[in-house]
Design a binder for this molecule. Structure first.
Ligand SMILES: Cc1cc2nc3c(=O)[nH]c(=O)nc-3n(C[C@H](O)[C@H](O)[C@H](O)COP(=O)(O)O)c2cc1C
Length: 204
């Protein structure tokens, strides 16, 4: 079973999300895991040539010239790595009520038609069925009650994994890190316990 952990943790060692990712790594012990650090390996944006390459190849079935191939090469490499995983763990903070731009760009990179999802008879079909995804996320606020509709981070990541057909999508959040209601250590410890429970279930 192959696991891919994708991280975007710009606060480094101070990151609360990292503490959740660490609990996951401890939980799976010696299982093989591949890592993608989006701070070091930056996903490609859709710009003029890369978008043209994607449309030409993935929608129109055309062969790409060298310039277009190169423009989409980082997306292709990240998509191949993503497709090779049975379990994908995404560890990211919430930024401005959503996924940080770099993480959204990663999703744009790997959500390639005919690679991770497709359209059949006018309907979306996911090509990543049978696979599992875990979203680990810390946020300053708490998204419950009247604030629930402001939450676009976990909800967006869930939709992206759903589109790709993931069979089991979980999320563990450490919410309210800056809300001053509870001690951050207490929130993290509770979330870490949830992460460990998932590792016990998935890596029996
Ligand atoms: C640029 C930036 C934007 C943020 N936007 C939000 C936000 O919209 N909502 C929220 O609840 N917290 C927000 N936060 C707070 C972080 O989510 C919080 O500090 C969290 O602990 C970050 O995760 P980390 O500890 O893993 O770095 C923001 C933090 C930064 C740096």
């Amino acid at each position: 079973m192959k696991t891919l952990m994708v991280t975007y943790l710009p606060r480094g060692e101070r990151s609360y999300t990292k503490k959740l990712a660490d609990a996951f790594l401890e939980g799976i012990k010696n299982q093989p895991i591949e890592s993608l650090d989006l701070l070091k390996d930056i996903p490609g944006f859709f710009m003029e040539t890369s978008l043209e390459a994607y449309i030409q190849r993935n929608y129109m079935g055309q062969k790409l010239d060298a310039v277009h191939q190169k423009a989409i090469a980082t997306m292709d490499r990240m998509t191949a790595q993503f497709k090779g995983a049975d379990i994908v763990v995404l560890a990211t903070p919430m930024h401005n009520f959503s996924l940080p731009g770099c993480v959204k760009t990663y999703f744009d990179s790997i959500l390639l038609k005919s690679e991770t999802w497709d359209i059949q008879d006018g309907k979306f079909i996911g090509l990543m069925t049978g696979k599992k995804a875990l979203i680990l996320l810390a946020s300053g606020g708490i998204y419950e009650g009247p604030m629930a509709s402001w939450e676009h981070a976990v909800s967006l990541a869930r939709v992206e994994f759903q589109l790709m057909g993931f069979s089991d999508i979980r999320a563990v959040t450490a919410s309210g890190m800056n809300a001053g209601k509870r001690q951050p250590e207490e929130i993290v410890a509770e979330a870490q316990e949830k992460v460990r429970a998932i590792t016990r279930e998935w890596y029996k």
